[in-house]
Design a protein around this ligand. Sequence first.
Ligand code: GLU
Length: 277
Amino acid sequence: MKPLKATVAAATAVVLALTAAACGSDDGGGAGDGGDKITVGIKFDQPGLGLKTPDGKYTGFDIDVATYVAKELGFEPGDIEWKEAKSADRETLLQRGDVDFIAATYSINDERAKKVDFAGPYLLAHQDVLVRADDNSIKRPEDLNNKKLCSVTGSTSAQNVKDRIAPKAQLQEYGGYSECLTGLENRAVDALTTDDSILAGYAAQPEHQGKFKLGGFKLSNENYGIGVQKGSDLKNRINTALEKMVSDGSWDEAVKKNFGPANYKNEPAPKIGNIVK
Ligand code: GLU
């Protein structure tokens, strides 16, 4: 990956050159020509948010937000290289410059903000639990104590469980959400905890119909931001893009398209810089 600053500069140069060459020049020029790419970190296993489908396509709200932002930065969809950004890897991916930005259900918090910068927020979600449909033993958050609870390493959800939600739960931390889901299905764990936005997507998958239910607990506020390298000038440019995405109706469209099928009742679009504690 070339550093984004260089690629944006190169893209601008291409546009200027084409403009100078003027009429008749049709080499299909544009921001993406000449191998200019932007690398975006996303989740691969979250239906409705960030999902890599078996035929190699990428779908979800985070994908649509990232695609919109990339376009505003001068990159066509075909210029985007998608890279998996598991929860525990996100800060490192940004710090090493392996990705230009991350849109991966990435909650803004103080700990992370020491290492990376965040544009946004662009969505407000809440931590919840997913249990098997036939399990009536988890009615309140306290019921999670002594239960086998799955969460993902490096997520705010895992940290919240340990810190305050159910310190006596038997927390099992897996590397990804799909592993937790398999564990829940085959009864290796009793519940899966993460953001309601993510859980709604799992519950609604055709192969999971009738198998799982959400607790509806609203255990936290998860303000999704777009992660960038500390000090990057991308932060302001991405904020401008996010504001435009809301004001031109694209945000609403992406919400309907991606959360509609899971019947996820999302919060209204957050104001940029307004983090709900
Ligand atoms: N939004 C939470 C977080 O950033 C949970 C989802 C995730 O792991 O991506 O940790």
